[in-house]
Ligand binder design. Structure first.
Ligand code: BGC
Length: 742
């Protein structure tokens, strides 16, 4: 097995969706799914970071508006035909060989096939595809044909196709996906182009293509432009045709208009080989900063895959784009390209390699502070209330109703009550500061505004003398309401309450760091008071996920064994998961993921709760037994919390998180987009959990504890401007600053 490539033998229309997602190519500005250029069973998808559009749809008589990351016109189409034969489609061709390979080191998707036509002519086709990491406007598809036993004319048809919609996720198909309108097409001096506009956000998108092969015949249709080429093939002599494409949008800086910019970029682009060389060099630079060496080709392959897809979604080109971390990458339409809290699992890894990308992602949040402030005000709070799902302008994009595919029923969706998303943003601000040593004033403002919001969420209960946070949800999406309650939301989610204390402490530190930041004495004393008197519930010697958790029923786990989405299964059975002690994913255990044991015990001590050292392992085991892992993030967190106490089980969860996408462990979700949080989380686990890399105010601490299954673990990190290489095995760890072995 080659740890740098992912290869597939044979053509299987049924598994194309998964291959397409895993073979997506991108450069942090846009990405294109690994759809075949010529198949029938294809879900083409090209998504540009931040290119969203809203559309109203009617669901069960009600109008709902959703914002989607728009599927842009398809630049891939290319098919061919031997003399007298129909256009090639893999589904109906007599395929003698078919293989596809994702070369992760160089960022290239290779496809090789041999097919025999009805007249026994055998033709070999070899395609190389890239989405340039060197010039983020460019992509290219090179096709080389070799006639094995014939000589004659091969017709080739290439197109830029605007007839695409957002239709990649079956359960959204009742919702509108026709985001594009106002198409124009044309051809100019050997370059064809197509433009379209998003219906409500009014973003113009342009594609321009140059085909390096003779003078094609051009056919312009309103929403598609096609070029027809003829290649004179001579037996056993390869002939190549390259399609070089530029994609621009009206969101781009330094352009007059997208169409002219795309045409100029396509025209000026070098030939395929030069384009490839520049692209490969850009990837080499990224791997140098981001590579992780582990032994064992299977693990190494998945680690490479995760780094690869993370950097294809969030690259140095992303830093300047005003975009966030889309939960499903730029790889599919699940969750509509929205930004949740998943950045919490991604930024810790980026911080120590590409802090400039992290900063860009934090700036996406900062730029949406006015919207978050308005949302807080509208709900009667101070500070900034960030949306659970964010897209273009930072409004709440969480759907109000969702389809349970098991029961076929549309149900209310209260997940927007996950206010904890703001805690994740603040946590990332602080981690970025620790990793870089720099806290720009706008980052401080972001952290403080979030702190103000959580401080205003906390209400003092005069009876208990404790501050309570009511009407929220924790990360566990199975609990959004109390059984039978009139309104949704829970009281005193432990994760939210304890992280609020953590945040208010960091707010105080930030004030010390940047004296002069505005805060009133009243505010500061209230923050101080909250850090001493927030309510946390306990039952059976463990931290309660929320007030009243102890009163919930025990689930018949035997009956639902192996079911990951208990919410859907129970609803389909006429029941309600809210009634049970059952979690979709780590919730209380997130505390142990983000805080050290000392930090957590210190917070509880400050709150005057007696916490014995056994509290943490007891709480871990309690929830571990009651979690269905309905989110890929769950395995990441569990691998971490068990790392020191149960190494075998930790490894089990780690490998489960590694397998999430490559094996599509949720049966069908990866085809709709990768799980970027889990991918980032596995990389963070390698550095934080197994290498034991901790960032403290006074420096980096290293305390490796490699699992038995890993013999070596090496990676470079960038800590406060110093490039440090860390190499560990079971006996020792060595660090040296780059170029300076010690
Ligand atoms: C999880 C969330 C996550 C979202 C996007 C959901 O299934 O419950 O925690 O943010 O997916 O990845």
């Amino acid at each position: 097995m080659n740890p740098w490539s992912l290869s597939y033998e044979g053509y299987d229309p049924a598994s194309e969706g998964l291959r397409e997602a895993l073979c997506t190519l991108g450069n942090g500005r846009f990405a294109t799914r690994g759809a075949s250029p010529d198949g029938r069973a294809r879900t083409p998808g090209t998504y540009a970071a931040g290119c969203y559009n809203r559309l109203p749809s009617t669901v069960e008589g009600r109008v709902v508006t959703n914002e989607d990351l728009v599927n842009l016109p398809d630049w891939l189409p290319l098919t061919f035909a031997t003399p007298g034969a129909a256009w090639f489609h893999p589904e109906r061709a007599d395929l003698l060989e078919y293989r596809q390979e994702l070369d992760m080191r160089h960022g290239v998707l290779l496809r090789e096939l041999r097919w025999r036509d009805r007249q026994d002519r055998v033709t070999q086709v070899r395609q190389r595809r890239l989405v340039s990491m060197a010039d983020p406007r460019l992509a290219a598809l090179e096709t080389t044909f070799t006639a094995e036993n014939w000589t004659g004319r091969l017709r080739v048809r290439a197109a830029l196709d605007g007839r695409v919609t957002n239709s990649g996720v079956a359960r959204y198909r009742d919702l509108r996906g026709d985001h594009l309108t106002c198409y124009t097409t044309g051809a100019l001096d050997g370059v064809t182009w197509l433009t379209a506009m998003t219906r409500s956000s009014g973003i113009t998108v342009a594609l321009a293509a140059r085909t390096d092969s003779g003078e094609p015949r051009v056919t312009e249709e309103p929403d598609r432009v096609t070029t027809d080429h003829v290649l004179d093939l001579v037996e056993n002599e390869p002939a190549t045709l390259a399609k070089i494409v530029a994609l621009t949008t009206s969101r781009d800086p330094a352009i007059h208009d997208p169409r002219s910019a795309a045409i100029r970029a396509a025209r000026r682009a070098p030939h395929f080989d030069a384009l490839m060389a520049q692209h490969a060099a850009a990837w080499e630079g990224l791997w140098e900063r981001a590579g992780i060496d582990v032994d064992g080709p299977e693990i190494a392959q998945i680690v490479h895959l995760h780094i690869f897809h993370l950097l294809q979604t969030l690259s140095p080109h992303t830093a300047d784009l005003d975009v966030g971390v889309p939960a499903r990458g730029l790889h599919g339409e699940a969750y509509r390209g929205h930004v949740f809290w998943d950045e919490l699992f991604v930024l810790p890894w980026l911080n120590l390699r590409f802090p400039e990308i992290s900063l860009g992602l934090l700036r996406y949040r900062w730029r949406r502070l006015p919207e978050a402030r308005a949302a807080a005000r509208a709900s009667g709070f101070d500070g900034a209330m960030f949306p659970w799902q964010s897209g273009s302008d930072g409004q709440e994009e969480t759907q109000t109703t969702h389809l349970n595919p098991v029961s076929g029923r549309w149900l209310p969706d209260n997940s927007r009550l996950q206010r904890h998303v703001g805690l994740g943003i603040a946590y990332n601000v602080w981690q970025h500061y620790l990793a870089t040593g720099s806290m720009p004033p706008w980052c401080a403002e972001l952290l403080l505004e979030i702190a103000r919001f959580f401080a205003s969420l906390a209400v003092l209960d005069p009876v208990s003398g404790r501050y309570e946070i009511r009407g929220v949800m924790g990360p566990d999406e199975y609990h959004e309401t109390y059984p039978g309650a009139a309104s949704p939301g829970l009281a005193n989610n432990a994760y939210t309450n304890i992280m609020t204390v953590w945040l208010l402490r960091r707010a105080r530190d930030t004030m010390r760091l940047l004296p002069g930041l505005p805060a009133t004495a009243h505010e500061l004393s209230r923050w101080e008071d909250i850090t001493r008197r927030v309510r946390v519930d306990f039952h059976d010697g463990v931290i309660s996920q929320f007030t009243g958790y102890a009163d919930l029923k025990d689930l018949d786990w035997e009956r639902y064994r192996g079911v990951r989405r208990l919410d859907r299964a129970l609803e389909a059975d006429g029941d309600d998961v809210n009634r049970y002690k059952a979690s979709k994913q780590a919730d209380t255990l997130m505390l142990f993921y983000l805080l050290t044991a000392d930090e957590l015990l210190d917070i509880l001590d400050g709150l005057n709760y007696l916490a014995d050292p056994g509290l943490i392992p007891r709480t871990i085991h309690y929830y571990l037994d009651r979690t269905s892992h309905g989110s890929t993030l769950s395995a990441v967190v569990h691998a971490w919390v068990l790392a020191r106490s149960d190494r075998a089980r930790s490894w089990h969860f780690f490998t489960e998180a590694l397998r999430s996408d490559i094996e599509d462990v949720q049966h069908g979700t990866t085809a709709e987009g990768i799980h970027l949080g889990a991918m980032g989380g596995t990389l963070d686990l390698l550095q934080r959990c197994y290498l034991g890399l901790e960032i403290h105010a006074d420096g980096l601490r290293l305390d490796p504890l490699l699992p038995d299954q890993l013999k070596i673990l090496s990676m470079p990190v960038l800590f406060r401007g110093a490039h440090i290489q860390i190499d560990a095995d079971h006996r020792r760890a060595r660090t040296f600053t780059r170029g300076n072995r010690s």
